[in-house]
Design a protein. Structure first.
Lengths: 297, 450
């Protein structure tokens, strides 16, 4: 029998939805509209002179080779962070899914980094990798590797990718572990009976069955790498050396909050907003359909 | 009915505002946003307390708002929401932006005129007040914590390298010679913790802005921006390129360690890793607290081939801006003016100078510190003052009045970091820096409608 709650009153549902609706309106829709509007203007920091500038800010952005570089850098960064954090999370999840002693302890420990604030995560990595005071940094320099991420583009990128990926491993781990646990044991056992070895079994059975989880995580990780890594990068390198680790998000902050170039930074956040809308739409479209197909099969 | 409620509300609103300004004690509350931490914040709190106790009408409430850039941003956002503090501490590079703030701020001369509280620019040391004055000499903001760039050196390391620890290198050729002598002895027991000869905090401020000022070289046209928003940058002249090539050459030779942006390299000097550290004179307290070696302060080295008669260096630090809101009353402005006047009392200025390491901003504060015997007790504490007062101020040494200067510094950091990695030459770094920074200046000019 299907149970359904019927609201006799019209006001009650409205009242129940209102808080969430208001929050979205005040903290998301309103600022977003404001950003779209300011992206079309040229303003001084105090808002004393505001001229309508049409699409000038956007034209300036996309004709600026530094901005185009930043897009490329962000895409590289997103892919690197997602690939690294997802692959290590999958590896850890596979091991934690086995029958081993202290399984719960491992799992708990692996989930911890997720609870660490971005700036704290950055400090931990600084204590490890800083060339003069960091444990690993000092060791590297002592053994003839000239390690200084304040001055070396590639090393700086490596450091921010490591730190940002590490923070996301826990999240991915939880999802992969849950995904692994929902792989039907009977299928795995049947494969084992047929003589499929570990790696072969993983490649042909487990991994395909994890596909919906994997796809979901890809989108979440890309969004994370693009939007949630600002704190870690800012604390580690402030986007330097040069512009080596300046992702789009760091640039929005730099131009808007530090440089007070409100028009341009609004235009950049509008570009980012379009990006995140596209990613979300992609997720809905493919995950919605893909997920259903999986369950149908 | 509804209209009446609205009317009543508008009638009550200003009363509520006045109440807020009076606080619980019935005194006028002056809100002061600042960006100081540690010893400096203690001193800010002390000043606020001392003023509140010195009279019975007003109280100052200091509020820490984060670093300098955050404080500037917060002040602007607050003004746009009509919630600006009475006073805000704005770093020197924000001066250009604040001058374009129109009705958001009340400049010092106007505050004095309106409140009748005399705020005489002549009590402030010229090198300090020049940075915060309009071109006709009227004060725009109140000089507060000011420092300049100097050279700190490790006397033990100098002795270990066979150099005279009591005479610091005065010219760049001397600095290079000293650095080579130090480098030759690194690793020996006498050299201790020293790992490399030289580092520099605030590389752009110290090695380019200050270098240009003391050698009387223009940083930008239009008197470094004082005479108009249409100034163009000029720091890629051969003399400055020479300095950049020198630093890059020293980095390549292992004499100069970049260390990072802004204050990051500070620790390299006081931890004993760098034998010479360029930085703010306000670093004195920190060095005294941390350094486990004998250290000294010295004037910035000069290049005699560029200019054998160096002039004054320029200041860094911050000044206090008076901000407006719609409901702010004449009594509040008057209290602000009285507080600003209070800060210039020799005892207060001298106390601030001696506890924080910032230079005194008034003649009175300097005289008082001298009378106290402070400079005999703290040898070298007068080096920044001597350097600021050296020679005659020219349009090149008055300071910089450029919009979005913080962004220009970042651009220069970026280009220099590329050069340090060998991706471009010193000239290319400064040329690219000039080109990109000029664009920033034009954007600023457009945005303020100049």
């Amino acid at each position: 029998m299907e149970r359904r709650t019927i609201f006799g009153h019209r006001l009650l549902p409205v009242a129940l939805v209102a808080p969430q609706f208001l929050l979205t309106l005040v903290f998301f829709l309103w600022p977003a509209c404001e950003a779209v509007w300011t992206s079309l203007t040229r303003q001084d920091p105090f808002g004393l002179h505001s001229q309508f500038a049409g699409f000038d800010n956007f034209v300036e952005l996309f004709t600026d080779s530094l901005y185009r570089d930043s897009i490329g850098r962000t895409v590289f960064f997103m892919i690197a962070v997602s690939a690294l954090s997802m692959s290590s999370a999958l590896l850890l999840a596979v091991f934690a899914d086995r029958e081993i002693r202290g399984r719960m302890t491992y799992r708990t420990l692996l989930i911890w980094p997720y609870a660490i604030a971005p700036a704290m995560a950055a400090v931990l990595w600084i204590l490890l990798l800083q060339p003069r005071i960091g444990l690993i940094g000092v060791l590297l320099n002592r053994h003839g590797v000239s390690w200084d991420y304040h001055l070396n583009d590639r090393q700086a990128m490596l450091v921010v990718v490591l730190a940002c990926a590490w923070k996301q491993v826990s999240y991915n781990f939880i999802f992969f572990l849950a995904g692994l646990q929902s792989v039907p044991r009977s299928v795995l056992e049947a494969a084992r009976m047929d003589g499929a070895r570990g790696w072969h079994r993983f490649r042909t059975i487990t991994f395909p069955l994890l596909a919906p989880t994997t796809f979901f995580l890809i989108v979440v990780n890309l969004v994370y790498a693009a939007f949630d890594t600002f704190g870690t990068i800012q604390a580690l390198t402030q986007g330097g050396p040069g512009k080596a680790t300046e992702t789009l998000m760091v640039k929005v902050y730099r131009d808007g909050v530090v440089n007070l170039d409100i028009g341009s930074s609004s235009a950049q956040s509008v570009v980012l907003m379009i990006g995140v809308i596209a990613l979300t739409a992609l997720q809905f479209r493919f995950l919605g359909r893909g997920g259903r197909r999986e369950s149908a099969a | 009915m509804k209209r009446r409620t609205l009317l009543a509300a508008t009638a009550v609103a200003p009363l509520a505002a006045i109440d807020r300004a009076h606080g619980q004690s019935g005194k006028i509350q002056i809100v002061w946003w600042h960006a100081m931490t540690g010893v400096n914040a203690d001193e800010i709190n002390r000043l606020a307390r001392a003023f509140s106790e010195s009279q019975s009408e007003a109280e100052v409430q200091p509020v820490y708002k984060g670093g300098y850039p955050e404080t500037l941003t917060a002040a602007i956002a607050a003004w746009r929401a009509d919630q600006a503090p009475h006073l805000v501490q704005i770093f020197e590079v924000g001066t250009g932006s604040m001058l374009a703030s129109g009705p958001a701020t009340k400049q010092v001369w106007k505050l004095a005129e309106e409140t009748g509280v005399a705020l005489d620019p002549a009590v402030y040391i010229p090198g300090v007040r020049g940075y915060y004055s309009l071109s006709d000499g009227r004060l725009a903001s109140m000089p507060f914590n000011s420092s300049t760039a100097i050279m700190w050196y490790n006397k033990d390391a100098f002795a270990a390298a066979g150099l005279d620890p009591e005479t610091a290198s005065a010219t760049w050729p001397d600095v290079i010679a000293a650095a080579r002598a130090i480098k030759a002895k690194i690793g020996t027991p006498a050299m201790g913790a020293v790992k490399f000869p030289i580092t520099s905090s605030w590389m752009i401020w110290v090695q380019l802005e200050q270098y240009s000022a003391i050698h009387d070289l223009p940083f930008a046209t239009k008197g470094n921006g004082f005479d108009g928003l249409d100034a163009e940058l000029r720091f890629n002249a051969p003399q400055q390129v020479k300095q950049w090539d020198r630093l890059l050459g020293m980095a390549k030779e292992g004499l100069y360690e970049y260390g990072g942006r802004d204050t990051v390299p500070d620790a390299l000097f006081y931890s004993g890793q760098a034998a010479i550290g360029f930085g703010s004179s306000a670093g004195r307290g920190q060095i005294a607290a941390n350094a486990k070696f004998k250290w000294g302060a010295a004037l910035l080295p000069i290049d005699p081939e560029v200019n054998a008669n160096p002039i004054n260096s320029i200041i860094g630090g911050a000044s206090l801006w008076t901000m407006t809101t719609k409901q702010r009353t004449a009594a509040e402005y008057k209290a602000v003016a009285q507080f600003l006047k209070f800060l210039a009392i020799p005892e207060q200025d001298a106390h601030f100078h001696q506890t924080t390491g910032y230079v005194p901003v008034t003649f009175g504060g300097y005289e008082k510190s001298r009378a106290d015997g402070y400079y005999e007790k703290q040898p070298g504490a007068d080096i920044p003052i001597k350097q600021l007062a050296r020679g005659k101020v020219t349009p090149n040494s008055r300071g910089l009045r450029l919009g979005r200067l913080a962004e220009i510094r970042n651009i220069l950091y970026e280009e220099t970091e590329k050069a340090l990695q060998g991706q471009q030459s010193g000239k290319e770094a400064l040329d690219n820096g000039t080109r990109r920074s000029d664009r920033v200046l034009r954007e600023f000019q457009k945005s303020v409608g100049g």
